[in-house]
Design a protein around this ligand. Sequence first.
Ligand SMILES: CC(C)(COP(=O)(O)OP(=O)(O)OC[C@H]1O[C@@H](n2cnc3c(N)ncnc32)[C@H](O)[C@@H]1OP(=O)(O)O)[C@@H](O)C(=O)NCCC(=O)NCCS
Length: 179
Amino acid sequence: MDATQIRRIEEYQLSPTLQQEIAGLLGRAFPGYPSGQTYFQQLPSFRFLATRAQQLVGHLAVAHRMINAGGTPAFVFGVCDLCVDPLFQHQKIGSILLDALEEEAVRFPVDFIVLVATEPEFYATKGFIPFENPSRWVSIKDHKTVGLMQQPIPGGLLVKSLTGKKWGDGVVDLLGTMF
Ligand SMILES: CC(C)(COP(=O)(O)OP(=O)(O)OC[C@H]1O[C@@H](n2cnc3c(N)ncnc32)[C@H](O)[C@@H]1OP(=O)(O)O)[C@@H](O)C(=O)NCCC(=O)NCCS
């Protein structure tokens, strides 16, 4: 089996070819993802890409942001669109991508890695804990701001704490869009 290569790339450095490859992968991994698009609502800060024999097989985008973590300002890496090509799932590629992000997060350091997930079992294996705080975030549709959402996030936020900072009980304000 070919080795998995991981690299980090700043958003502004993505070539048109790479953007096309990422859009293709997102379309295969997430049925209904906006066609040809590399982001759901807003651009991330950077991405980790996984390749096998130079083929893009895994992806994780990161919003580097300050949020209000239930009463305390906190530095976070918000994970968006973590996915592995359906033909390459269950080969630890998703785990390797999250490990690479955590290594970067510990070095910075950020206080929490945060995400909203449809696969909580996978993230439980990686040490993420669910929180159901009331939350606030900006909603964007078709490149227009359509409102300010204020409600608990369906399914909850999954949080991995890195610096020992306390995740509060109050409102979580994402200070921007959903991850
Ligand atoms: C979720 C996803 C990123 C996991 O990536 P992966 O490379 O297949 O995962 P790994 O091989 O690292 O899995 C490690 C362990 O996590 C658990 N796991 C992985 N995928 C899972 C899933 N879909 N449901 C439940 N548990 C899962 C398993 O325990 C797995 O170990 P195993 O393969 O020995 O059973 C991938 O399945 C995927 O892209 N799914 C479609 C897109 C998606 O839903 N992304 C997440 C959005 S929140």
